[in-house]
Structure formats: C-alpha cells, structure tokens
Design a protein around this ligand. Structure first.
Ligand code: HEM
Length: 211
C-alpha cells in the first residue's frame, strides 16, 4: 500500500507539471484559436521530445493504475465527503486519462492527424458526438481542480470550514474555467469552425460532406 501511494505521488508530480501547462494551453483559447495553436507549438518543443513524452506517458499510466488500485483497496474504509470527492474525482481522472491518451495516440498514428485543438474541438462541435464530449471534457477539467482541492483540504487543518473552503474554491474555479474553455472550443465565444478534415473523423459528418 505504501509503495503504491509513493508511486502515485511520484507520477502525480510529473503528470501535474504537464497538466498545468496543458490547462494554461486551453486557457489560451480564450484569446482565440490561433493563440491556442501558438502555445501548443511552443509547449510541444518540450513534451514531444521522445524521452520527455515517454516519461510523461509512463507516469500517466502509473498515475491512473495506482490511483484505481488505491480507490479499490480503501473502498470499505472510506468515509466523509472529502475522501469520497477525492476518490470519485481520481477515478474519473484515471479513466479519462486512459481514454484521452489512447485517443490522442490513435489520432496521430492511425488517422495521421495533427492532434492540435481542432482534434479535440471536432468532438465538441459535431452532433450528436457533443452529447458525449461536452460532459467528458467538462468533468475532466473540473476533476483536476477538485482532486487538487482535496489535497489542499487535507493540509488545511481539522476545522471543517477551512477544509470546505480549501476544496470548494478550486472546485468553483474549475467549473468556471472549464465552462469558458468549452464555450471557446465549441465556437460560442467567437466564430470558430473546425476544419472539415477533423470533422470527417466522425462518420455522420464524413457522409454528409461527401459529394
Ligand atoms: C478541455 C479539456 C482537454 C482538452 C480539450 C484536451 C486536449 C488534448 C489534445 C488536443 C492533446 C494532444 C496534444 C498534442 O498533440 O500535442 C492532448 C494530449 C494529452 N492530454 Fe489533454 N485535453 C484536455 C484535458 C486533459 C486533462 C484534464 C488531462 C489530464 C488529467 C489531459 C492529459 C493529456 C495527456 C497526458 C496528453 C498526451 C500528451 C502527449 O501528446 O504526449 N488532458 N489533450
């Protein structure tokens, strides 16, 4: 148990560094899609280095696997809203990470696409796929903030009010932030049409675009 916890924390440090940059990258979309693309071009110079990417992907797998193990092993002993919020947000993040990273890697290798902002936004703009992708991305970003908030709340001392504040503030910020990013990628803040090549990865759109 102690070794798994240590593995979880070590992987978390690497994944958190990437997620911070990734989240700021998505925040750049508030300044326009060109700003998002420019930010990613620079960030990729670091995380797309083969060694850096291998370490990141290994840590993402380690983080998800160890997290799910921790949730399962402590299931019966878990009590209180903080422990449950941490477990539920962690479980969602672990599953999201596995699906999200597999989708990005498949987009690059199988579909031969540049997996930039258009790749993610296509799912948010094509009906009916947005029914899945809107809650999927929204909850992922909220879960990052909620999970972080839980870690802060545990260090905020035993006073219930301080704990609630330490968890609630990041959670509220996550809801606002996630809503804004999704609104931008869905083309609700300014006009933004995803290029057809990305929309074509969704069967209904490909058929509709055929002459
Ligand atoms: C609005 C929410 C999100 C969107 C739109 C999004 C979009 C993307 C896109 C487009 C890529 C490909 C990057 C590239 O090709 O360089 C990517 C990669 C990735 N994302 Fe996300 N992401 C979101 C949230 C998250 C969250 C919450 C996490 C972590 C918990 C995460 C973890 C990753 C990882 C590990 C990669 C792989 C990096 C690599 O290419 O090696 N993402 N994401």
């Amino acid at each position: 148990m102690r070794t798994v916890r240590k593995l979880h924390r070590t992987c978390a440090a690497v994944v958190a560094l990437f997620v911070l940059a990734h989240v700021v990258n998505h925040l750049a979309a508030l300044g326009g899609i060109a700003a998002h693309l420019r930010f990613m071009d620079v960030a990729r110079l670091v995380y797309r280095q083969p060694l850096a990417e291998a370490v990141l992907l290994l840590c993402a797998a380690g983080q998800a696997g160890s997290g799910l193990w921790l949730v399962r092993s402590g299931w019966k002993r878990r009590s209180g809203w903080l422990a449950w919020l941490q477990a539920v947000s962690g479980m969602y993040l672990a599953l999201f990470l596995l699906i999200h990273v597999a989708a990005v890697l498949a987009g690059r290798t199988v579909l031969d696409l540049d997996t930039n902002v258009h790749f993610a936004a296509a799912g948010l703009q094509v009906w009916p796929y947005q029914l899945f992708f809107v809650p999927y991305y929204f909850l992922a970003v909220v879960a990052v903030f909620a999970h972080l908030g839980c870690a802060l709340a545990r260090r905020a001392g035993p006073a219930p009010r301080m704990r609630a504040l330490a968890a609630g503030l990041p959670l509220s910020a996550g809801v606002v932030f996630s809503g804004l990013v999704l609104a931008a990628l869905m083309g609700k803040l300014y006009p933004y049409e995803v290029p057809q090549a990305y929309k074509n990865t969704y069967p209904a759109q490909a058929a509709a675009a055929r002459p």
